[in-house]
Design a protein around this ligand. Structure first.
Ligand SMILES: Nc1nc2c(c(=O)[nH]1)N[C@H]1C(S)=C(S)[C@@H](COP(=O)(O)O)O[C@H]1N2
Ligand SMILES: [Mo]
Length: 521
């Protein structure tokens, strides 16, 4: 006696739809895309000859897309059931079926316009879910067969050890179905909100916001250097939000209160109607290790916070502003940095476009010279004027420093670690920053030798990073390169190494490289 084929098919079906639900969930939460299944449908439509598509549309009317999705789901169901049956004999046969489906999904997703690495993640999660769920479901079925083979039931109605494995199977199937239903429902709700806000964002027109223009002279002209201006999609992202807040501009407002003479509330429309301030500004994370990449430079457009605080009338003994995000995250910002002459702003655009959702849409704060964790509140909805002694913010509660001025730092981008450079006349280069103080010089040292000046690019203000490059002249062979900067006050970057906690890393960035006599292809 054996388990029925039906059980194996059911195992394949349950695992299959759990995988689809998992990939749908991840796609909805992490991207603004439709599910991978929809991507496959789009691919099919694109690959189908035009006349056939037209005929289908004529026959099916406006339901052609639903029909195609239904066909894909039915075909998937058949494949899933078949994969379940294959699992009876081997683990690898169903795995191959799932792998082929995942590959198909991956191809479909990567053919979509503007797709990136993150769009593959839903497929990977779906595949892992398939494999794990199928093995969870087939394990009791295998056990069931073994128990039956060892001791075939004698009396039909008596309890038998195989009852236990049956219960295990049903229990697991139930849990997986429930989990998949929850994932699918959450994905649907989150996805709808996201796509709605993405649409609102796309349709926004922001008067006074201009496209970024990279100022002349900022580039030192070395291949492999980080671009001076960072594209939004390449801009590092740090936040504690598992699901990013999706806020309709029409629902957004900011409340400025606390130690002020009058509370101020601004809506999105009122904000974008105000005088627009625009500036290049380099933002970086306190968690950026020496040589790290948690830094980017963008063209920000927004409204000066100092003007809003002036309207509110800040009381004399206040020294901090507790900013709160729509997702509950908080940061404490020194009041002085928001009221002095720097371009601390409530930004609504990044690189000439409305803020990307991940970077704080519809409105975030950016403050030159401070690390993000004390200033750059994304999805900001509240500013409470207060005193540092009366508040604790999200990261200061966890041991990070209360004040977070950016520390001067410099980085080598060229060569890569272990890369090759021409021994005589080879060029090296990278980035250096000390926001709101500015960089006056960059130097390099080879093999701990004397510091030699590098060339630095021009910058529009002290609030951005600079590109640097230098030419080397060394013996062929292995070497190390170090870099250090000097700020506009004449202070030289310290070589003393400090970890990122509690207020930012220090130390010189070094790289080992090989000096070669010729450039080999
Ligand atoms: N709402 C919210 N805002 C936030 C954070 C966060 O976790 N939640 N992280 C901050 C930190 S630590 C940094 S470094 C910057 C990063 O901004 P970015 O993701 O746009 O690069 O956002 C800041 N603003
Ligand atoms: Mo950060």
């Amino acid at each position: 006696m054996r388990t029925s084929w039906g059980r194996w098919s059911a195992a394949g079906l349950v695992a299959g739809f759990a995988g689809l639900a998992a990939s749908y969930f991840v796609a909805m939460v992490l991207t603004t895309r439709d599910s991978p299944v929809t991507a496959v449908a789009e691919l099919v439509t694109r690959l189908t000859p035009g006349p056939l598509v037209e005929r289908a549309i004529r026959i099916l009317g406006r339901h052609d897309k639903q029909f195609l999705l239904l066909v894909i789901l039915v075909l998937s169901a058949l494949l899933f059931a078949w994969a379940g049956r294959l699992a009876r004999r081997s683990w690898w046969a169903p795995t191959i079926v799932f792998a082929v489906l995942a590959l198909l999904g991956g191809v479909a997703v990567s053919r979509q316009r503007g797709s990136g690495a993150i769009d593959i993640l839903p497929i990977a999660v779906g595949f892992a879910t398939w494999v794990v769920c199928l093995s969870l479901l087939t394990e009791p079925l295998h056990r069931h067969e073994r128990v039956l083979a060892e001791s075939p039931p004698q009396v039909p109605d008596e309890p038998h050890p195989s009852d236990h494995t049956r219960r295990t199977f049903l229990l697991r199937a139930g849990i997986i179905v429930a989990g998949a239903t929850v994932a699918g429902t959450v994905g649907r709700v989150v996805g709808r909100g996201r796509r709605h806000v993405e649409e609102a964002r796309r349709l926004l027109r922001l008067p006074g916001v201009t496209a970024p223009q990279v100022p002349p002279g900022v580039r030192v002209g070395l291949d492999g250097l980080t671009p001076w201006g960072t594209a939004a999609r390449d801009f590092y992202r740090i936040d504690t939000a598992f699901v990013v807040p999706t806020i309709e501009p029409s629902d957004w407002q900011l409340r400025i209160h606390g130690m002020v003479d009058r509370e101020v509330v601004v809506t999105y429309q009122q904000l974008i109607d105000r005088q627009v301030t625009q500036a290049w500004m380099t933002l970086n994370c306190v968690s950026n290790p020496v040589g790290g990449e948690l830094i980017g430079n963008a063209w920000w457009s927004g409204v000066r916070i100092a003007d809003l605080l002036l309207e509110a009338g800040v009381q004399p003994d206040a020294d901090a502003v507790l900013q709160t995000s729509d997702d509950g995250w908080t940061c404490g910002t020194p009041l002085a940095a928001l009221t002095d002459d720097r371009n601390a702003m409530l930004a609504f655009a990044m690189n000439g476009r409305p803020l990307p959702i991940e970077h704080g849409f519809p409105v975030r704060t950016v403050v030159p010279g401070l690390y993000g964790y004390v200033s750059a509140c994304k999805w900001v909805v509240e500013m409470k004027v207060t005193r540092f002694t009366d508040i604790e913010a999200f990261w200061t509660k966890k041991g990070w420093s209360e004040l977070g001025p950016v520390k001067m730092s410099s980085r080598i981008d060229v060569p890569d670690d272990g890369g090759k450079v021409l021994a005589s006349g080879g060029r090296v280069g990278g980035m250096a920053w000390s926001q709101h103080t500015g960089i006056s010089a960059v130097e390099i040292s080879v093999d701990d030798g004397p510091w030699q000046p590098a060339e630095i690019g021009r910058v529009p203000s002290t609030d951005t990073w600079v590109q640097w490059s230098a030419t080397i002249d060394v013996e062929p062979g292995d070497h190390t390169l170090a870099v250090r900067a000097t700020d506009a006050d004449g202070k030289v970057q310290t070589g003393e190494e400090q970890d990122v906690l509690p207020d930012g890393a220090t130390g010189w960035h070094t790289r080992s490289f090989e000096a070669t006599e010729t450039v080999d292809e």
